[in-house]
Design a protein around this ligand. Structure first.
Ligand code: DHB
Ligand code: FE
Length: 281
């Protein structure tokens, strides 16, 4: 494949993701010694079990150390952790969450994007490639009442699978925006269908995936934070029916309730409707 731009590198995406994480209000939990001890003891015991069960050698231990150092050097911890670990944290959070199903946040959220009243078109390049998608729906509460002026903070990859802010050839804010619904909670968002996302293959996370014989793909998805005053914000993703990798997401973050089935309008454009349900805060 020929590219007309500098392809994003793992080190570039990784260090940008690390910066974005550091800048976020990520609310690290206060260190309760009993909790630290319980969690870290179990984590270490799990590692010790693997070493014993798999007869891990000194050279394999050294390879692991080398790899861990490289993940840190490349700033890839947010990529690695969000792909391989976050889905289990989300599963625990979901035990106490009603309404629309959640999914992982991932490493590519950026706050403070442009605010757009519905009907809205996500910021895009004049020649933005990809199948046009008109996404409509309504935000309601768990009792069925509309959530007036709810907000959909949406971000997505482009038609090549790249996210603005993490790929130097893309303009800042491309395919990102906070869409404000009307008084009935209704929204209409014009965008394009994203491509599947591939974990950068040139960094340590990619090398591990290759070494293990796995694949580095996530199915195409839209990311959303859906919020409304007095309601609990939902972090979620929407996928596309029939899309590649839907049944083998490397991040294990798909759910059947989160799959869109857009309608082809016959003119190369597509439409889809999806409603969100928020629970009280
Ligand atoms: C990663 C990237 C994503 O776009 C996503 O939704 C989840 C995880 C990652 O590279 O870690
Ligand atoms: Fe993503």
């Amino acid at each position: 494949m020929t590219t007309t731009h500098d392809s994003p590198t793992a080190a570039g995406s990784g260090s940008s993701a690390t910066e974005a994480f550091r800048a976020s209000q990520h609310g690290a939990a206060a260190a309760d010694p009993a909790r630290v001890s319980a969690i870290v003891s179990k984590l270490l015991a799990g590692i010790h079990d693997v070493v014993r069960d798999e007869n891990v050698s000194y050279s394999e231990f050294a390879a692991a150390k080398q790899w861990l150092i490289e993940v840190g050097d490349g700033g890839e911890w947010p990529l690695f952790l969000d792909v391989f670990v976050e889905h289990s944290v989300e599963e625990v959070a979901a035990r106490t969450q009603d309404g629309t199903k959640g999914s992982i946040l991932g490493p590519y959220y950026l706050p403070d994007q442009v605010r757009l009243e519905t009907p809205a078109t996500l910021p895009q390049r004049p020649d933005e490639k990809g199948i046009p998608l008109v996404f409509t729906g309504q935000v309601r509460d768990t009792a069925g009442a509309p959530v007036a002026h709810a907000e959909l903070d949406i971000w997505q990859a482009d038609e090549q699978g790249y996210y603005s802010g993490f790929a130097p050839h893309l303009p800042d804010g491309n395919l990102r925006g906070v869409v404000v619904t009307d008084a009935e909670g209704r929204f209409e968002i014009r965008t394009i269908q994203p491509a599947p996302y591939q974990i950068p293959t040139d960094g340590p996370t990619g090398k591990l995936i290759t070494a293990a014989g796995w694949h580095p793909w996530r199915p195409a998805h839209l990311h959303l934070l859906v919020s409304g005053s007095g309601h609990r914000t939902i972090t979620t993703q929407l996928y596309f029916q029939g899309g590649e990798w839907l049944d083998s997401d490397v991040a294990e973050a798909t759910k059947p309730e989160l799959v869109l089935a857009p309608t082809d309008q016959g003119d190369g454009t597509t439409t889809v409707e999806y409603d969100f349900v928020l629970e009280p805060a």
